[in-house]
Ligand binder design. Structure first.
Ligand code: ADP
Length: 226
């Protein structure tokens, strides 16, 4: 289990995360939903140890960064290496023995093509494949559904449910509520750096209405559409 207590994060005098208190259990898919700029990526960077912060983040099964597969919003590759070389580099670096990497190409990527010529969606799928090849306990996926096609969307949902079955800790984010409500057991709504609502499945509809209300307000009425 990961337990976050009184997490605060600022960049200069800009406060980005305010008094975050959350916990993440094994075998649960937890979604962090919030508009662009709400602080989702910063939260993930704090959890994975890529940013410093105030407060505490504790994990009862080792050091988080050693056992976390982190998928950034926009993963990138070194230049002039192919998809297959990217995967090979990763498994070599982690000293993982894998036979036939091409068999693990669940997204049917053109693995002989240079990865720096991949589209954003393709690169995301390659990076996710790379993460899944490493035996991790925690999976933190920043906007995994953003920019990928419908087939991959279905595949990612299946991967997430497999990870849940394997009792992993799974945290995903989205700025679009509907991409998370099918997949997650719990949702936290992050707004301007604060968790303003947490909900289990029975309450998702309420959170969605709340999000809609907060985003739309009376903005459309102001247009005076006729
Ligand atoms: P989200 O992932 O929800 O879109 P982010 O965590 O990326 O949000 O950003 C939250 C806020 O923090 C934004 O206002 C963003 O401009 C600011 N921010 C993020 N990274 C930095 C940084 N390195 N320096 C200064 N401000 C940053």
């Amino acid at each position: 289990m990961i337990v976050i207590k009184s997490l605060n994060k600022s960049y200069g005098n800009k406060i980005v995360l305010k008094d975050i208190n959350l916990s993440f259990k094994r075998g649960e898919i937890v979604g962090i939903v919030g508009e662009n700029g709400a602080g989702k990526t910063t939260l993930f960077k704090c959890i994975t140890g890529l940013e410093n912060y105030q407060g505490s983040i504790e994990y009862d099964n080792g050091i988080i960064k050693n056992t976390t597969g982190f998928l950034p919003t926009n993963p990138y590759s070194l230049s002039r290496i192919t998809g297959i070389e990217y995967l090979q580099l990763l498994v070599n670096a982690r000293k993982i023995k894998t036979s036939n990497l091409k068999d693990k190409n669940i997204f049917d990527l053109p693995l002989n093509q240079f990865a720096d010529t991949y589209s954003n969606g393709m690169m995301k799928k390659l990076a996710l494949t790379g993460i899944l090849l490493q035996d991790k306990e925690i999976f933190i996926l920043d906007e995994p559904f953003n920019g990928v096609d419908i087939h991959s969307n279905i595949m990612i949902k299946e991967v997430l449910s497999k990870l849940k079955e394997l009792d992993k800790i799974i945290i995903i984010s989205s700025h679009i509520f509907s991409t998370l409500n099918e997949t997650c057991d719990l949702l936290h709504y992050l707004k301007n750096g604060e968790i303003i609502r947490s909900a289990d499945r029975s309450e998702f509809e309420m959170v969605e209405d709340e999000m809609k209300g907060s985003i739309i307000g009376n903005r459309i009425d102001k247009l005076g559409l006729k």
